[in-house]
Design a protein around this ligand. Sequence first.
Ligand code: NAP
Length: 256
Amino acid sequence: MRMFEGKVGLVLGVANDRSIAWAISEALMAEGAELAFTHLPGESSERRVRRLVEACQPKLLMSCDVQQDRDLDGVFSQMAETYGTIDFVIHSIAFAPPQELRKPYVEMSREGWHLAMDISAYSLVAVSRRAAEIMPDGGSIVTISYYGGEKVFPGYNVMGVCKAALEHSVRYLAWDLGRKQIRVNAISAGPMRTLSSAGVSGFDEMREHAVRKSCLGRNVEFRELGKAGLYFLSDLSEGVTGEVLHVDCGYSVVGL
Ligand code: NAP
């Protein structure tokens, strides 16, 4: 029997076939998981995501801007109506205004800072609270972080501050939801070429540096992030919560 046969999960943050959320989704579907997806409101987002996910015939493909409580309420009530209960959630979402990322962090506007923090960090709290209501028998929630939340990467700027908040939210959520047997963890991924990372100035340099410096002498592959997702969302990690797992070919352990 496949590892995720009979398990149901929600995936937030698939944009295209280079999305980290898609790599994890593919790994889950290969193991028999039933997945529901969201896309940003708007026809072009819906078309883009629908084209990608239609092969797996999801029962639900829902519009959701994580800044909107109404959208989040709608997503989780549709999950409850369709499935009753769910087993896991993938939160793979971040955003900062590109023009703000190009400026030094010290020049960051209040408005841009709040927007980035709301979408990239607070959304995990908003999602986890609602997910917990339909996880009566426990569950697993995973989010995606980056080493720029621990160390300064010039150009990563406010996104690094958001990742620091996201990672510490993982620990507080793990505490709040732990007695309900709901686990919350993060994968800290090596730099990947995706739609989001295209907005980070100096990204190619970060990627090349990661290859030179990492223990394995290469960058992580999407399928390896998929496997890390399987680990956190399955019983393989049943005693693990509040963790940030670096899936970066050992980049973060080398002090060069
Ligand atoms: P991606 O494919 O562009 O995924 C980001 C997703 O966030 C997209 O689906 C995007 O939707 C969605 N999104 C943005 N604002 C949203 C909002 N207000 N409401 C709902 N969804 C929203 O890029 P990715 O690299 O896979 O990013 C996924 C996660 O991995 C992010 O948290 C990112 O910081 C993290 N991460 C990435 C890397 C990397 O090198 N790529 C490394 C470590 C961690 P639209 O595309 O429709 O705008």
